[in-house]
Ligand binder design. Structure first.
Ligand code: ADP
Ligand code: NA
Length: 352
């Protein structure tokens, strides 16, 4: 069966925030000790919406610095940027011809990002999920740690893998390129080329919400800077944003049941849990009956304690772009060494 391998990515689109950290990057770190891991800065995805070409290299270095500062070790994991390994774009084209319009039409992220102006969205924004499938499957990755918002894209990745495996089932066997299906099922052949990748959506903070509106996810693209805690924020910024975070007038309840229909309160408790390593139940046990005027300063202190060392290390790393570029170059070589033979197989399977 397939060799276990982790792949994940973050876009270089500026304003890395607490959601990116708790929902994704922090979960990348322990996985590098469990299986071979590849962490990508997905700069091809960053041009699906209006992008600043002058700033792109700098933001790519910033995300790389965040990976390193969070504890991803380039001696263990591969760290690189997507545009340097051409196999991503090539496999994405092939997957555009495997995926169906109807599948992509159902993607909620496209609907959110394109908004009312669908006719003017780039074709790349529409095809974003097939590029994401290519990112993952160019390494035949078996596991992808992501935030909850990426669940639907991971399902599409599995659909693409499944259709490719089915459409080319006979050639995969004839060419001797098949791997025994680890989970035999009547809808799939016994021999597969691509694994059906599993998402890892882990921890108490798989979906961090905006600090200004508990029904919207915290996002890089939210026009209000008060809506998110950026990894580059100072201690004063963090304290101010938490102080100003929207809440309701009730004190904290003693049990999870009491957070029902209180999205802002639930979000802040979730953030406290994720940063402290406590469960949400434990956090509520500690703060039961306390008003937000007590809880918010405690949360601000905790956020500063956990984030300040990462911010400091990011700033130190960004000041030495030569080092970051060397990490990315080395990572791109190691990534290409895995993706090139996969694309060689895929070309033969497709008949090129
Ligand atoms: P964004 O959604 O902020 O533009 P990306 O698309 O680059 O960021 O996502 C990078 C990773 O961060 C993905 O795994 C995504 O699921 C995760 N992520 C993004 N926003 C949040 C959030 N608010 N809560 C939890 N995880 C998030
Ligand atoms: Na996202």
């Amino acid at each position: 069966s397939f060799q276990p391998r982790v792949f994940s990515g973050v876009q270089p689109t500026g304003n890395l925030h607490l959601g990116n950290y708790l929902g994704a990057i922090a979960n990348f770190v322990p996985l590098q000790d469990e299986m071979p891991a590849i962490y990508c800065v997905v700069d091809l995805h960053a041009i699906t919406a209006k992008h600043d070409a002058d700033g792109l290299a700098g933001v790519t270095r910033e995300v790389t610095a965040a990976y390193l500062a969070a504890g991803i070790d380039p001696a263990k994991a591969i760290i690189f940027n997507q545009s340097q390994v051409k196999e991503h774009a090539e496999l994405a084209w092939i997957f555009n011809c495997v995926a169906r319009m109807g599948w992509l039409n159902r993607m909620t992220q496209f609907k959110e990002k394109a908004g009312k102006n669908r006719e003017n969205a780039s074709v790349g924004l529409f095809a974003y999920p097939t590029l994401m499938a290519a990112d993952i499957l160019a390494y035949r990755a078996t596991h992808v740690p992501v935030g909850d918002d990426q669940k639907q894209h991971l399902e599409l990745t599995r659909d693409v893998a499944q259709k490719f495996n089915n459409d080319f089932a006979e050639r995969i066997v004839e060419l001797g390129l098949g791997v025994d299906n680890p989970n035999p099922n009547p809808e799939l052949p016994d021999q597969l080329y691509f694994p059906l990748t599993e998402p890892i959506i882990a921890g108490p903070a798989t979906r961090i919400m905006s600090l200004r509106d508990g029904t919207k996810k915290m996002s890089k693209s939210d026009p209000s800077d008060l809506s998110r805690i950026n990894l580059k924020d100072t201690a004063e910024d963090i304290a101010k944003k938490i102080r100003k975070a929207k809440t309701d007038p009730e004190p904290l309840p003693s049990e999870m049941e009491g957070l029902k229909d209180r999205p802002e309160a639930e979000n802040l408790v979730g953030i406290f849990a994720a940063l402290s390593g406590l469960s949400r139940e434990q956090v509520l046990a500690d703060f039961a009956g306390q008003p937000f005027s007590v809880f918010k300063p405690a949360l601000a202190d905790l956020a500063v304690e956990k984030l300040a060392p990462i911010t400091g290390e990011m700033n130190r790393l960004v000041a030495d772009p030569g080092h970051i570029d060397a990490v990315l170059r080395d990572g791109a070589e190691r990534a290409a060494a895995i993706a090139e033979p996969v694309l060689k197989d895929v070309r033969r399977i497709c008949g090129f």
